[in-house]
Design a protein around this ligand. Structure first.
Ligand code: GDP
Ligand code: MG
Length: 163
């Protein structure tokens, strides 16, 4: 059985970097499919022996501070409704922000399966941010580095029983 994973989180936490790593060059295969919008990018992902659909939430980079929270909420709710599992990314170097907390609240209420990951976790500079992530009430965070490809084995271990 396959599943759909939505990568959610505020702008700049590394969602697209992770999406690209999971999808590789296979994005081209799904790029022309209907239902792929500017705000939600869909790709065929591969992680070890797992094959699944991954959704990247985007299109918020140009939002002003005032419009960001509302748009983020709507987009996240759409992604959650399309997905079987949500991967919620925070930026371990920045720590937990008010926008992260707002998204965590949506996910706690709305999504059956949430995997929490502290991205940009390579190196000791990320330790404080990783520890802050426990307070989001979404369980133990995975330490991830989308850019360096670290922590993907831990992501695999969490996805495997859900697949
Ligand atoms: P998005 O807005 O959530 O899609 O974030 P992006 O994937 O566009 O990444 C935002 C910035 O964070 C880019 O400059 C990335 O190179 C950087 N970035 C992404 N993943 C990592 C990581 O694991 N470690 C570090 N240090 N930087 C990262
Ligand atoms: Mg992006």
């Amino acid at each position: 059985m396959t599943f759909t994973l939505a990568i959610v989180g505020r702008p700049n936490v590394g969602k697209s970097t992770l999406f690209n790593r999971l999808v590789g060059k296979r994005l081209a295969l799904v790029d022309d499919q209907p239902g792929v919008t500017r705000d939600l990018r869909e790709g065929a992902a591969r992680l070890g022996d797992l094959r699944f659909t991954v959704i990247d939430t985007a299109g918020l980079e140009d939002a002003t501070d005032e419009s960001l929270q509302g748009r983020m909420r709507k987009l996240t709710e759409r992604a959650v409704d399309m997905a079987d599992i949500c991967l919620f990314l925070i930026d371990a170097r920045a720590g937990v922000t008010p926008l992260d907390e707002a998204l965590a609240e949506i996910l706690r209420k709305r999504s059956a399966h949430v995997i929490l990951a502290a991205n940009k976790a390579e190196g000791a500079a990320a330790d404080a941010g990783v520890n802050e992530a426990y307070a989001l009430g979404l369980g133990e965070p995975i330490r991830l580095s989308a850019e360096h490809g670290e922590g993907l084995n831990d992501l695999y271990a969490q996805l495997m029983p859900l697949s």
